[in-house]
Design a protein around this ligand. Structure first.
Ligand SMILES: C[S@@+](CC[C@H](N)C(=O)[O-])C[C@H]1O[C@@H](n2cnc3c(N)ncnc32)[C@H](O)[C@@H]1O
Length: 470
């Protein structure tokens, strides 16, 4: 890996606006993969840790610039206008180094399929995954390994399939996974999340698949590649993007919030910490020194300064529960204050034969979305249980409006809540035992099972706190 990281840094140094603090390095561990650590001196508030030029980021904007080098008909004026000479120079150097003539680059042929209207209609996820599939997986086959992508040093430091194997959507959608049997062992919250991402991924695949089929049909020597193997590659690429992308406004993509991201080498080595607002923070300078792209992306030191050698430099990815982290990034935290339990299924069951109460809660927008975290049982639960316990519609309306306190209802709510929490805890304990058993089976993957056990333990801790307090 060190050689690949050295190659990445040399590649980044091609652009003189690249900056890397001299006192940091990458360490690679089994627990969290690559991460950034301090090697000497200190890093203090607002110190720049790393700063990456536009030219070396992958996003909707830079991809369109690269594609338009190969496809002169592809033009999105606000994006492509400024880049022509810069990108032409860049490819000029690449061909010179390889001793190739420009016409020998197969991409002039293959990228004709990128019509302007088609590209403009894509989301960032669709374009970025399609482009990476072409540059990373297809280009070596198309060119018989003679042409490598400009982005190759970046691709080379991305996680392998094996490193991303704890992501449930991969168990759900891959034909090659060995972990489908683990899907029923997910919590309800995690499984709902898996289904949501799965349908997004399948939807995106349907949009980009016609292009991939045309590419396949026009490729004579396929080296065993077919649409199914490319789906597996796409799935891998999707989660490389998903687990490494950084929020950043992308001009012309503002209608779709999920399209506002960029992939930033080296910055994407920063691992997550649950504390919000304490660690590093990003800064995007709109001035695009490279002449194209969305701007220089920098990471600066936050309130937490670094004085100790080997201390890991961390970033907060957001206030995410373990169910979320597992689904989006394929890891969990031993202790995570953002964990919560969705107990909607258990509460809704109470109203099975009580349409009037259900309707009342629906009308007042208190039906469903019942959650508990380590600090509180949500107010929605208290409202629903107050109604269930008393059928006092007027009283509950006053409670909703804040005219009376929940203390009026708690004597009746408490025993029902206790019963629900005890039932949920029993379910968790059974699941915990089941996971331990699955973990002892030959060929079980200890790391994935331990991730699932950590999620259940987090649930048990939340439940026990509230059961003890009731
Ligand atoms: C943005 S990347 C960070 C760099 C990554 N470790 C690598 O090897 O390239 C996000 C990925 O890092 C890993 N990761 C991040 N924070 C972690 C943490 N606190 N514990 C374990 N793994 C973590 C997860 O695999 C996640 O998908």
């Amino acid at each position: 890996m060190q050689a690949k990281i050295d190659a990445l840094i040399s590649w980044l140094k091609q652009d003189e606006s690249f900056y890397l603090a001299p006192n940091i390095t990458i360490q690679d561990t089994i627990e969290s993969g690559r991460g950034v650590i301090l090697v000497e001196d200190s890093l203090n508030k607002n110190d720049i840790i790393v700063s990456i030029p536009s030219s070396h980021q992958i996003n909707f904007n830079t991809i369109v610039c690269h594609l338009s080098h190969f496809n002169k008909n592809l033009s999105i004026p606000s994006v492509t206008a400024a880049k022509d000479s810069v990108i032409a120079d860049l490819y000029g150097h690449i061909y010179q180094d390889k001793g190739l003539e420009e016409y020998e680059d197969i991409r002039f042929e293959k990228y004709k399929l990128f019509a302007s209207e088609f590209v403009e209609g894509l989301t960032s996820f669709q374009l970025v995954s399609l482009y990476i599939l072409a540059e990373w997986i297809l280009l070596p086959v198309w060119s018989n390994n003679e042409i490598s992508s400009f982005w190759e040093p970046f691709f080379n430091v991305w996680p392998s399939n094996h490193e991303l194997r704890s992501i449930p959507t991969i168990w759900n959608l891959s034909e090659k996974t060995k972990f489908k049997h683990l899907l029923p062992l997910l919590t309800d919250g995690a499984l709902a999340h898996t289904k949501r991402i799965s349908s997004l991924i399948e939807n995106d695949w349907e949009i980009i698949k016609p292009i991939i089929i045309k590419w396949l049909d026009s490729t004579t020597i396929k080296n065993g590649m077919d649409i199914n193997s490319l789906f597996e590659d796409y799935l891998h690429i999707y989660f490389v993007i998903n687990s490494r992308c950084l929020y950043c406004p992308i001009p012309n993509r503002d209608a779709d919030i999920a399209s506002n991201f960029t992939l930033v080498p080296y910055v994407d080595f920063l691992n997550h910490n649950e504390k919000v607002g304490e660690f590093c923070y990003p800064h995007v300078s709109n001035k695009s020194i490279s002449g194209y792209g969305i701007g220089q992306f920098s990471i600066l030191c936050g309130d937490h300064s670094y004085q100790t050698k080997k201390e890991e430099i961390l970033l907060n990815y957001g206030a995410h529960s373990n169910d979320f982290l597992l689904n989006e990034y394929g890891f969990v935290m031993e202790s995570n204050c953002w964990n919560y339990i969705d107990v909607t299924k258990f509460l809704i069951g109470l109203f099975e034969n009580d349409n009037e109460s259900r309707q009342f809660l629906e009308e007042h927008e208190y039906w469903g979305d019942y959650t508990i975290n380590e600090n509180e049982v949500s107010y929605r639960i208290i409202i629903a249980l107050s109604l269930f316990a008393t059928k006092d519609y007027r009283g509950v309306e006053k409670l909703m409006s804040g005219y009376i306190s929940e203390d009026n209802f708690m004597p009746k709510v408490r025993p029902i809540l206790l019963q629900i929490l005890t039932t949920v805890l029993k379910h968790c304990e059974e699941r915990h035992t089941e996971l331990k058993e699955v973990g002892t089976l030959p060929n079980s993957d200890k790391w994935i099972i331990s991730n699932l056990v950590t999620i259940i333990k987090g649930y048990e801790e939340i439940l026990k706190v509230h059961i003890d307090n009731l």
